[in-house]
Design a protein around this ligand. Structure first.
Ligand SMILES: NC(=O)c1ccc[n+]([C@@H]2O[C@H](COP(=O)([O-])OP(=O)(O)OC[C@H]3O[C@@H](n4cnc5c(N)ncnc54)[C@H](OP(=O)(O)O)[C@@H]3O)[C@@H](O)[C@H]2O)c1
Length: 346
């Protein structure tokens, strides 16, 4: 079996255009630590947070230079002391707090799972951050019921697609949101749902009459979008806030203040009187503090994805050298589903 002593990584050296912000580096593999798995990465996934990091807008990012990346899929090529030889040669998916844009990654078995047999490595990357986030949101943090009216904003993105896959079989009434009318309509048609076009400038989502109240809103936009979502929840309704995509345009003090004010002030009493709930999720905090929990969700996602009737994630795969192109495509908002980079080849 291949045992890489040196390997390539894509490092983010500064903020700016992807063609200038990234450089390829060669790294020497350190001795493998006790209890760790060494993975020959076949594909790594891109996430929207990577774009925010490149723009210098991601609070959790390390200082430059650093290797971004939250998930890899590949083969276990070595095991640290104390681990079962069972792992050797296994096709796995691993979550990592940065460092994923690499040909080799050392990972804890706690956040490493075997990938479904009929999944390619690139397809498996989608099950990492995006599907696991969606799983936590709709199966762990809240219980979505049949006939619930559910709003999914950024429905064309990776997390959005995963939420649709988990919720559609329950018979929920889905309102699928995008800033683009064309995207929203295409999604609605594909999934037998309602198209919902949203803009922070409008008081409500176009496509959902104001008298209709939502039971669950999944919101990765943040700011006024959350304030708006809370207002339009039905009694018993929940909004899950898990991102601030609206911050991705450019950094400005006024924009940030307006974003923070947009969230609104939601006193527990006013939420209690309306019987509404606001839930949040930050996967990095979970990964740091509760890797056991994260690993258990990854296991459940893989189990669900192994079902023969589960729709495979849509994946757009780029070659290793096309990483800057892939990044700009993700930033453009025109992509659908998961973007992955193939690490075998140039
Ligand atoms: N909290 C967590 O732990 C966690 C975990 C994973 C992801 N997230 C967050 O969830 C969001 C979606 O992630 P993803 O992986 O599904 O991303 P994705 O596949 O890249 O999808 C992102 C979507 O966001 C929308 N968008 C882009 N820029 C925007 C802007 N300036 N204002 C409003 N909408 C914008 C676009 O949708 P339309 O053009 O169709 O509107 C785009 O398709 C991201 O913000 C990400 O950071 C959070």
């Amino acid at each position: 079996m291949e045992n890489l002593k040196t390997y390539r990584s894509w490092q983010l050296i500064k903020k700016g255009k992807a063609s200038e912000a990234f450089e390829q580096i060669s790294q020497t593999a350190n001795p493998l630590k006790e209890g760790m798995l060494r993975i020959r990465v076949h594909a790594f996934g891109l996430n929207y947070a990577d774009v925010l990091s490149r723009k210098g807008l991601y609070n959790d990012a390390p200082t430059f230079p650093f290797v971004p990346g939250y998930e890899v899929a590949g083969e276990v090529i070595d095991i640290g002391k104390g681990l079962d030889a069972y792992w050797l040669g296994k096709r796995v998916l691993a979550f990592t707090k940065f460092g994923g844009y690499s040909e080799v990654l050392d990972s804890s078995p706690q956040v490493t799972v075997e990938i479904p047999k009929d999944y390619s490595f690139a397809e498996a990357t989608a099950l990492g951050t995006q599907y696991t986030t969606a799983w936590c949101l709709c199966r762990e943090w809240t219980k979505v019921q049949a006939k619930d009216k559910v709003v999914i904003l950024s429905a064309a993105g990776g997390v959005g697609q995963a939420l649709i896959s988990f919720l559609k079989p329950l018979g929920t009434e889905l309102y699928l949101g995008s800033r683009s009318k064309e995207k929203a309509e295409a999604l609605a048609q594909e999934h037998g749902a309602y198209p919902l076009v949203y803009s922070l400038k409008r008081p409500w989502y176009t496509g959902m009459p104001p008298e209709i109240k939502a039971d669950v809103v999944f919101d990765p936009i943040g700011g006024a979008s959350v304030g708006k979502g809370i207002k339009h929840l039905a009694p018993g309704g929940r909004i899950l806030s898990y991102g601030v995509a609206m911050r991705s345009e450019k950094l400005s003090f006024l924009r940030d203040v307006s974003m923070l004010l947009g969230f609104g002030l939601h006193h527990p009493i006013s939420l209690l009187l309306g019987s509404k709930s606001l839930l949040t999720l930050n996967m990095l905090r979970i990964a740091e503090q509760r890797p056991d929990l994260l690993g258990s969700w990854m296991q459940k996602v893989v189990q669900e994805a192994s079902r023969s009737d589960f729709p495979k994630p849509k994946v757009h795969t780029f070659a290793w050298k096309q990483l800057p192109e892939a990044h700009e495509f993700l930033a453009s908002g025109k992509s659908m589903g998961k973007l992955a980079v193939d690490c075998i080849g140039v």
